[in-house]
Design a protein around this ligand. Structure first.
Ligand code: SF4
Length: 730
C-alpha cells in the first residue's frame, strides 16, 4: 500500500490525516457538490424565491416570479412592445431578488419602486414598469429563503387562518347579540316602564314632543299594556349571555383597540410552558363564552327547557371540551428550536396537552454528533425523527419540509393550521453563514439528499396510514438517492458525462460545521482504491483499502475534485437511508410486506399454471413441475420444506422472507447483515464478523429467523458456550 493510499485509509477510518493537529482539514473555499455547480449564480435564475406574503383575499403567499408573470399576462401587449415590457419587468424582478438576498426588507410595491429607480430606465421604460406595477395582483412583505423564513411563513399563514376564524366567530357572536337584544327590546316594549310618560316622550322626535300630552297618553295606554313576557330567570339568563358575548376578548370587533393582529400576538409563544399557562388562565373565559353561545342559540330559537338544559349548563366543565369546540377559539402558535434542551419533552407536552396548539419546530442543524464515550454518531434526532415521532400521536397533523419547499406546501400548511387538533410543522432552514451554498440551495439539497425529506400526515384525510401519509414532492421517491447526469471536462479536455447520485454526504459537504469529515484528494492521487459514495452505500467493502468512498465536488473556481469521506459520516448516511426507507414504506413505496406477499402469490400462480399445463399433457407433468419453484419449499413446516431443499442446519442463514425489518441485526453488524431490495435481511458477509456476533444477532432477532449454523473459525474464543447458545436456533 503506498503512503498516499495509507493516509487516505487512515483518514477514512479515523477522520484524521497524518498532519492533522485536531483542528480538522482546510477544505477549498466555496466547496460544493459537483451537481450544484450550475447554480452558482442563483439570483440570475427564476425560482420560487423570494415570496410575497400577500394581504387580502386569494393566495396567502405567492412567488415573486408568479406575481410578475400574472401582471405581465394582464398588462403586456402582444408584439415587440410587449416583449420589451417583459424584458424590463424580468430585469426589475431580478433586481428585487438581489435586494432580498441582501436582506433588504419591505413590501413588493416598495421593492418594485426601488428596483425601477435603480434600473435607470428611460421614460418609456418607467411608464411600462408603472403599468406592470399597477397590474400586480398582490402586495405584501417580501421574504427570501433564509433562517428566518420558517417562522415568518408560519406566522403569516397562522395569522391568515386566525383571521378567518375571527371573522366567522364575529359573525356568529354579532348575530346572537342582535337577536338577544331584540328579545330584550321586545320584552321591554310590552312592560309597564315602557308606557311611563317620560319613556313615551323619548320615543317621539323633538319636533313632535310639544304636540302631545304624554301623561294622558301614559294613562290611556298603561291599562292595556302587558306586563312583559320574560320571567325573571329567563331574563337573567339572556342578560348574562348578552353581557358575556359583548365582553368576550377572544375575537375583538374590527377597529377595537385589540384588533386581530394585536390579538393574535397574545396567542404566539416561544415556550410550551408559557403557552400552557396562558391557556389554563383563559379556560374559565373559554367556558363562559361556549356556555353563552349555546345558551343564546337555544334562547333565540325558543328551545331552552329549564329542567333539561339548566343542569347541562351547570355541569359543563372545561376538561370536557370537544375538538370541535376548541376549534372555535384562536389557536396557540408555539415556536421551538430543535437544538434547545428538553425540546422532545416540550413537544410531547404540547401535542398531548389538549390545548388548541400549532407547533413550529425550527431545525437548523441536522447532525448531532455525540461526544466520545456518549454513544454512537447520530443525526437528525431533533428534526426528522421528532416529526416521525409525532405521527404516533394519531390525532396530530404533522408536516415536515425544508424552507425551500414551503411555497409548494402552502396548501398543506393551511390544512394543518385548520386541523381540529394539534399540529406540528417541522421545517429545516440552515443557520445563516454555515453553508457554502445560498439558503435556498442549502435547504433544497437537504430535501434532495433525503437528509430532510418532505412528508405530511393528515388525520383528517382518512382512518389509515395509506390515506393519511403522503411523501409529498420529494424528487425520484422510489430510489434511495436522486440521480442526475453531470457533464464535465476530463484531464484531456474531453467532455465526460457521468450519472451521479445526490446523497446525504453530498448535502453535508457544503456545511462548514462538518468539514472535518471530508478530505480533498488531489487529482494526481485519484487511485484505484476510490469508489463513489453511492457504490459504497450499496455495498460497503470489508477492507477499507479496496473502496474508499468519495464525492465529486467543485471549488470556487469550478475545478472538479474528489473528496474522501470518513467512515462516521458514511455510517450517518446509512442511517439516513434507513430512515428514508421507513418513510418510503409508509408512503407505499417498496412495501416489504406487500412485495413478499406479491412474490408468494406469483409463485403460487406460476405453479398452478404449470399444473394446468401438465394436466393437458400428462406425459409432461414431472418435467413441468420440476421446472417451477415450489411454494411449499418456501413455507416452513410443509413436507416439501423438510425434504432435500431444507437449509443445512450447519450453515448460517436467514429466513429472509420472514424478516420483519426491525434493523436490529443490520445496525449491530452492518458488514455482516444487509437488506435486500425488499428491505429484508440476509447475510451479506458471514466472515465480516465473529460467530459471537452472529449468535447474539440470532438471540436478539424478534422473529427468530437468524440461524447461526456452526462456527467457521475454530480459533474463536468461547466457542463451546456459543455453540450451546446457538442450539435453539438450528
Ligand atoms: S433482527 Fe431479525 S427481524 Fe430484525 S432485521 Fe435482522 S433478521 Fe430481520
Amino acid at each position: 500500500m503506498d503512503s498516499q493510499l495509507r493516509s487516505q485509509v487512515v483518514f477514512h477510518l479515523t477522520g484524521r490525516l497524518p498532519d492533522d493537529d485536531g483542528a480538522g482539514q482546510q477544505l477549498p473555499a466555496g466547496l460544493r457538490p459537483a451537481l450544484l455547480a450550475q447554480y452558482r449564480n442563483l439570483d440570475s435564475i427564476r425560482h420560487d424565491f423570494p415570496v410575497v406574503f400577500a394581504r387580502g383575499p386569494g393566495e396567502y403567499v405567492v412567488s415573486l416570479a408568479a406575481a410578475v408573470d400574472g401582471a405581465l399576462r394582464t398588462a403586456a401587449p402582444q408584439g415587440s412592445q410587449g416583449e420589451a415590457m417583459r424584458k424590463r419587468a424580468l430585469h426589475v424582478e431580478r433586481l428585487i431578488r438581489e435586494a432580498v438576498a441582501k436582506s433588504t426588507p419591505g413590501t413588493l410595491l416598495q421593492a418594485w419602486d426601488s428596483a425601477v429607480t435603480g434600473a435607470g430606465t428611460d421614460d418609456a421604460g418607467r411608464r411600462d414598469m408603472t403599468t406592470v406595477r399597477d397590474a400586480l395582483a398582490v402586495d405584501g412583505e417580501l421574504a427570501g429563503c433564509d433562517s428566518r423564513l420558517p417562522s415568518r411563513f408560519l406566522r403569516h399563514a397562522w395569522a391568515v387562518v386566525q383571521g378567518e376564524k375571527a371573522r366567522a366567530a364575529r359573525i356568529r357572536i354579532d348575530a346572537l347579540v342582535l337577536r338577544l337584544e331584540a328579545i330584550l327590546r321586545a320584552d321591554y316594549a310590552r312592560s309597564a316602564a315602557a308606557f311611563q310618560a317620560a319613556n313615551l316622550q323619548q320615543t317621539f322626535g323633538g319636533t313632535h314632543q310639544a304636540l302631545f300630552d304624554f301623561t294622558k297618553m301614559s294613562k290611556l295606554l298603561s291599562p292595556t299594556a302587558s306586563q312583559g313576557g320574560l320571567d325573571t330567570p329567563r331574563r337573567a339568563r339572556i342578560e348574562w349571555a348578552l353581557r358575556t358575548l359583548r365582553e368576550q376578548a377572544f375575537f375583538p370587533a374590527p377597529g377595537d383597540a385589540g384588533t386581530q393582529e394585536s390579538n393574535s400576538c397574545g396567542f404566539a409563544f416561544d415556550s410550551v410552558s408559557a403557552a400552557l399557562d396562558s391557556y389554563r388562565h383563559r379556560l374559565p373565559d373559554m367556558l363562559s363564552l361556549l356556555k353563552a353561545l349555546s345558551l343564546a342559540e337555544l334562547e333565540v330559537e325558543g328551545q331552552f327547557v329549564e329542567q333539561l338544559h339548566a343542569p347541562i349548563f351547570d355541569g359543563m366543565q372545561s376538561q370536557d371540551f370537544t375538538a370541535a369546540e376548541l376549534q372555535f377559539f384562536p389557536d396557540y402558535l408555539v415556536t421551538l428550536d430543535s437544538n434547545a434542551p428538553g425540546v422532545q419533552a416540550d413537544l410531547v407536552s404540547a401535542l398531548s396537552s389538549g390545548m388548541p396548539v400549532k407547533v413550529l419546530l425550527e431545525v437548523q442543524d441536522l447532525l448531532e454528533e455525540a461526544a466520545p464515550g456518549q454513544g454512537r454518531f447520530s443525526f437528525g434526532m431533533r428534526g426528522s425523527q421528532l416529526a416521525s415521532m409525532a405521527m404516533a400521536f394519531g390525532d396530530a397533523f404533522v408536516l415536515q419540509s425544508t424552507a425551500s419547499n414551503l411555497l409548494q406546501m402552502r396548501d398543506g400548511i393551511q390544512r394543518g393550521l385548520r386541523h381540529a387538533g394539534p399540529a406540528l410543522f417541522s421545517v429545516y432552514a440552515p443557520a445563516d453563514g454555515e453553508s457554502t451554498l445560498p439558503g435556498y440551495l442549502a435547504a433544497a439539497s437537504a430535501m434532495q439528499s433525503r437528509a430532510f425529506p418532505a412528508f405530511s400526515y393528515d388525520p383528517g384525510r382518512g382512518s389509515d396510514s395509506a390515506t393519511r401519509f403522503s411523501l409529498e414532492n420529494n424528487p425520484q421517491p422510489d430510489v434511495d438517492w436522486p440521480l442526475e447526469f453531470l457533464t464535465y471536462a476530463d484531464q484531456d479536455l474531453q467532455a465526460v458525462t457521468e450519472e451521479l447520485a445526490f446523497t446525504f454526504v453530498d448535502f453535508l459537504l457544503a456545511d462548514r460545521r462538518h468539514n472535518r469529515h471530508f478530505a480533498v484528494i488531489p487529482r494526481a492521487h485519484w487511485g484505484e482504491g476510490l469508489i463513489s459514495a453511492r457504490q459504497w452505500l450499496e455495498s460497503p467493502p470489508a477492507d477499507a483499502a479496496t473502496g474508499l468512498p468519495y464525492v465529486l465536488a467543485v471549488d470556487d473556481a469550478d475545478l472538479l475534485c474528489r473528496v474522501v469521506v470518513d467512515e462516521r459520516m458514511m455510517r450517518a448516511a446509512q442511517r439516513c437511508r434507513e430512515a428514508w426507507h421507513r418513510l418510503q414504506e409508509l408512503g407505499g413505496i417498496h412495501d416489504s410486506r406487500a412485495e413478499a406477499l406479491l412474490a408468494r402469490e406469483k409463485a403460487l400462480w406460476e405453479q398452478q399454471r404449470a399444473i394446468e399445463a401438465a394436466a393437458l399433457a400428462p406425459a409432461a407433468i414431472p418435467a413441468a413441475l420440476g421446472d417451477q419453484p415450489s411454494v411449499a419449499a418456501e413455507v416452513p413446516g410443509t413436507a416439501a420444506a423438510e425434504d432435500e431443499s431444507a437449509p443445512d442446519p450447519d450453515t448460517a442463514y436467514i429466513e429472509t422472507l420472514r424478516c420483519s425489518s426491525c434493523n436490529e441485526c443490520t445496525l449491530a453488524s452492518p458488514k455482516m447483515f444487509a437488506y435486500d431490495q425488499n428491505k429484508q435481511a440476509y447475510i451479506a458477509d458471514l466472515k465480516a464478523g465473529s460467530y459471537r456476533q452472529l449468535v447474539e444477532a440470532a438471540e436478539s432477532c424478534q422473529v427468530s429467523v437468524i440461524h447461526p449454523g456452526k462456527p467457521w473459525n475454530p480459533d474463536e474464543p468461547g466457542l463451546d458456550e456459543l455453540i450451546e447458545r446457538a442450539r435453539p436456533f438450528r
